[in-house]
Design a protein. Structure first.
Length: 353
């Protein structure tokens, strides 16, 4: 049943439909061009005021993808992917999303290098009810400043054996106090025809202290994920344990120690209607920069056709106490004030081409 649910348009936040598939005379794929256009009307409270605007990338990031694939032998193939992402409200209007080169063997697995989601992100990403949308509670509250997409990542993905797959990656890393400290990430998941999906992921990040260039810091994040499919409904849970030094260079850093739990649901009504819900409770054991928090998001998607989705998403984050650093309802909004509980709503359309 999970395979059926994965085929639903709901999951296509990670997928793109081809608009060009050029082939050479031998029939080998040369280049594929695909992308997403996502536009929404947003009303949100964050940064001390109410923002009303036309925004981009609510359900899926606006992007253009170029992909080249070539079969070298019956077992070996080469793959190159370049994704350019556009967000009109980002500091970087046009930036790289995932950009990597990989060598794949059906027998031995896949070796890739470039900018990619970490193994841990692939581990818990499937449990996110709206697959890392703009208002994703997993991205904005649970992961927060933890590693999730890294430059210069060398990653190995094993073949799936008896339902199990291993991923391991290490980034090139920088020692200059930037956000690109070295990251090591591993995950293992089990995915079969049963109703259950299980995964576990572990990240370790090393980076120089923003204010003391002689001090190297580290953080550790561990994730356990369970998804249960029953008919057209999927229930998900992600437990996250974190401890260490977190920074968003060059502006802010803090020591943190705690855990959080996400419970999610997505349901397809058997036609064109999909509903999602996500809840997170965060217990941060330090009373300094961060606060305990509870958050909820609700989503609805109408699949107008296979390439067009209409959607509405609402999210609210409640902080238990005033704190210097607040969890954002969206990274494209101004940071919440120390005593503010942000919330927002988006109504939009996503077009896959």
């Amino acid at each position: 049943m999970r395979k059926f649910l994965l085929a639903l348009p709901l999951v296509s936040g990670y997928a793109c439909a081809d608009i060009a598939d050029l082939k050479d005379v031998s029939g080998i794929d040369v280049i594929e061009l695909s992308g997403v256009i996502d536009v929404n009307y947003e009303v949100a409270e964050s940064g001390g005021y109410t923002e009303e605007r036309v925004n981009g990338g609510g359900l899926s990031a606006n992007r253009l993808q170029l992909q080249m694939q070539e079969a070298v032998t019956d077992d070996l193939s080469l793959n190159w992917v370049y994704q350019a992402q556009y967000n009109p409200h980002s500091d970087d209007d046009i930036g790289k999303r995932e950009t990597y080169f990989e060598v794949t063997s059906k027998r031995w697995g896949t070796l890739s290098a470039g900018r990619r989601d970490t193994p841990s992100a692939n581990s818990y990403g499937y449990a996110d009810p709206l697959y890392n949308n703009d208002y994703s509670l997993i991205s904005n509250v649970m992961v927060f400043y933890a590693p999730w997409r890294e430059d210069g990542l060398l990653m190995y993905i094993s073949p799936r054996v008896n339902g199990y797959e291993f991923r391991g990656g290490v980034s090139e890393g920088e020692d200059d106090g930037s956000r690109d400290g070295q990251v090591t990430s591993i995950s293992v998941d089990r995915w079969t025809d049963s109703p259950w999906y299980f995964s576990a992921g572990l990240d370790r990040k090393y980076q120089r202290n923003l204010w003391d260039k002689h001090t190297m810091e580290q953080s550790t994040d561990a994730y356990l994920t369970v998804v249960y499919s029953m008919g057209l409904t999927e229930l998900s849970a992600v437990y996250h344990r974190y401890v260490g030094y977190y920074a968003y260079a060059p502006w802010v850093d803090f020591e943190s120690n705690g855990n959080d739990l996400q419970l999610g649901m997505r349901h397809n009504f058997g036609n064109k209607h999909n509903a999602t819900a996500s809840f997170i409770y965060k217990d941060d054991r330090k009373d300094d920069a961060l606060s305990d928090a509870a958050a909820i998001s609700l989503g609805y998607i109408y699949n107008y056709d296979k390439n067009i989705d209409l959607y509405g998403v609402y999210a609210y984050i409640h902080h238990k106490r005033d704190s210097e650093i607040r969890y954002p309802v969206s990274w494209s909004l101004d940071n919440p004030l120390p005593n503010e509980n942000p919330q927002g709503m988006q109504l939009g359309v996503r077009i896959k081409f």
